[in-house]
Design a protein around this ligand. Structure first.
Ligand code: NAD
Length: 503
């Protein structure tokens, strides 16, 4: 396994058991990691408390400097990190690069903007309180527990880690049990540029280690994973009133209007649905197409999808299914779609193998089938014909998820984007919002709540602190028992003048 050979980010706790990380293409062991216990996790959080005080005390400029150094370090070793991602997820190098590059851009953005977004801001104090100087500043929460998934083991947890660090917090990171090596690489690389204190620490293990992190006394848990685990996280965090950020799954729709650029829409649908073998939270899973362009669009999608193949050779555009249990879900969704009258124009039941799933394009699938309602997380698309874009919006919104979405349209792009019930929508492209650091990222409904990225992502890991500083004694003091009836009368007159007008 490739790893940064450097000082460990923390004194390695004594762990009772270990687990192996496997290459999903071969089942070869690529690394062995400790299963950290409740005590290990608590000890890491205690160490993080001291590190957090030091890190917060550095201030915005010094932290930004360290984060910029980390950015340079990651950028210079991008190929090495891509190799670790490839070994643990099976995704091709190019897919690994697609997630690392925007993560680096987020790091640059957060380092540059943290002071502006979180530093002291003056607020108007209003006429009644004009003797006060009013300010708000966003202080770090302390220690953040980050629990990550395997599908984008760099981009996804870094969306929380970067913004939490830039806001002045220490982080204890529990990567997925499928990608602990990527987690270790990231944590070790940070220790190279911030060697003084364990500001970013790693704990590894299965769900129980994540659960221990929820109960460890951290100041917030930032979780990315399935809605089912999200519920368990919330329940565990409820015991200690620990706030949570939930970035969960999706069933994202792509809408194609009659005036859309069909070539671009088809290309985007296939890439959005099949890249990373469809294991993308904001991947395209459902497509709704205006009846006037449906046949042309479907023909283009079929042609493009046929050029995509899953495999482990360099010519294969997509890799294996990283988590073996997901194969059964994909198989079930395709079988259900076909059993209920759907047709596979590319792929189909036989597309699901032991490790790989070949691209599958399904049409005529009933809207209440599993392939349309549940997250498939495989290289599959359902395409449905709609009479008009009102029907497309209604069908796209008829889901308990609400993460991302895409619209291909010339005239009505923005209008349709606004009407989609999702946290983010791309117009005339797919997933673009995720790579724009200033835009907040997150879902609604079962896709979760809270935001990473952008100013909202920085504030997610900070608490607003309001300060009112009296500049001079007011002519009318209300907040004193020494106030007179005359003062009350004057104030009553003033408030009537200010707000008593009939409208
Ligand atoms: P998962 O829910 O199985 O696991 C996620 C993490 O939670 C892992 O680290 C796991 O060990 C940990 N965990 C499991 N049980 C736990 C418990 N009881 N307490 C605490 N932690 C626990 O998800 P996954 O299979 O790793 O990831 C795939 C899912 O993640 C998909 O649903 C995908 O859509 C979603 N996802 C969402 C986003 C987003 O930004 N919204 C991004 C990537 C992935």
């Amino acid at each position: 396994m490739t790893s940064v050979q450097s000082k460990p980010a923390m004194a390695e706790p004594v762990a009772r058991d270990t687990f192996d990380s496997l290459d999903p293409a071969t089942d070869e062991v690529v690394g062995t990691y400790p299963i950290h216990t409740d005590d290990d996790v608590r000890a890491a959080v205690e160490r993080a408390r001291e590190a957090a005080a030091w890190w917060a005390g550095l201030g915005f400029a010094e932290r930004a400097e360290r984060l910029r150094r980390w950015k340079g370090y990651l950028t210079r070793r991008i190929a090495q990190l891509a190799e670790v991602v490839h070994a643990e997820t099976g995704k091709p190098h190019s897919d690994a690069m697609v997630e690392i590059i925007p993560a680096i851009d987020h790091l640059a953005w957060a380092a540059k903007h943290a002071r502006k977004v979180l530093g002291e801001q003056k607020r108007p104090s209003g006429m009644l309180m004009s003797n006060q100087r009013a300010t708000v500043e966003y202080q770090p929460l302390g220690v953040i527990g980050v629990i990550g998934p395997w599908n984008y083991p760099v981009f996804t947890p870094m969306g929380s880690i970067i913004y939490a660090l830039a806001a002045g917090n220490a982080v204890v990171f529990k990567p997925s049990e499928y990608t602990p090596g990527v987690g270790k690489w990231l944590v070790d690389s940070f220790a190279e540029v911030v060697p003084e204190h364990p500001v970013l620490q790693l704990v590894t293990g299965y769900g129980a280690t994540g659960s221990a992190l929820c109960r460890s006394g951290v100041d917030k848990v930032a979780f990315t994973g399935s809605p089912a685990t999200g519920r368990k996280i919330m329940a565990a965090c409820a015991e200690t009133l620990t706030p949570v950020l939930i970035e969960a799954g999706g069933k994202d729709a792509l809408l194609v209007d009659a005036d859309a650029d069909l070539e671009a829409a088809a290309d985007a649908a296939v890439w959005g649905g099949m890249s990373n073998a469809g294991q993308t939270c904001v991947g395209v899973e459902r497509v709704y197409v205006h009846e006037r362009v449906y046949d042309d669009f479907v023909a283009k999608v079929v042609e493009t999808a046929k050029s995509v193949r899953a495999g482990s050779d360099p010519a294969a555009k997509i890799g294996p299914i990283t988590m073996p249990a997901q194969l059964e879900v994909i198989r079930r969704h395709i079988a259900d779609a076909l059993a209920r009258g759907g047709r596979a124009l590319v792929g189909g039941a036989e597309a699901v193998g032991d490790r790989y799933v070949q691209p599958t394009v399904l049409v005529d699938v009933p809207e209440d089938s599993e392939a349309v309602r549940e997250e498939t997380f495989g290289p599959t698309l359902t395409i449905a014909k709609v009479r008009d874009m009102d029907e497309a919006v209604a069908k796209a919104n008829d889901t308990r998820y609400g993460l991302g979405a895409s619209v291909f349209a010339k005239k009505r792009g923005m209008e349709l984007a606004r009407r989609l019930r999702s946290g983010m929508t791309a117009v005339n492209s797919v997933i673009a919002f995720a790579a724009i650091p200033s835009l907040p990222f997150g879902g609604i409904g079962e896709s979760g709540f809270g935001r990473i990225h952008g100013p909202e992502g920085l504030r997610e890991f900070a608490r607003p602190k309001a300060i009112a500083r009296q500049r001079f004694r007011p002519p009318m003091v209300l907040t004193s028992f020494s106030r007179t009836a005359q003062t009350d009368a004057r104030v009553a007159k003033l408030i009537t003048l200010l707000h008593g007008k009939r409208t």
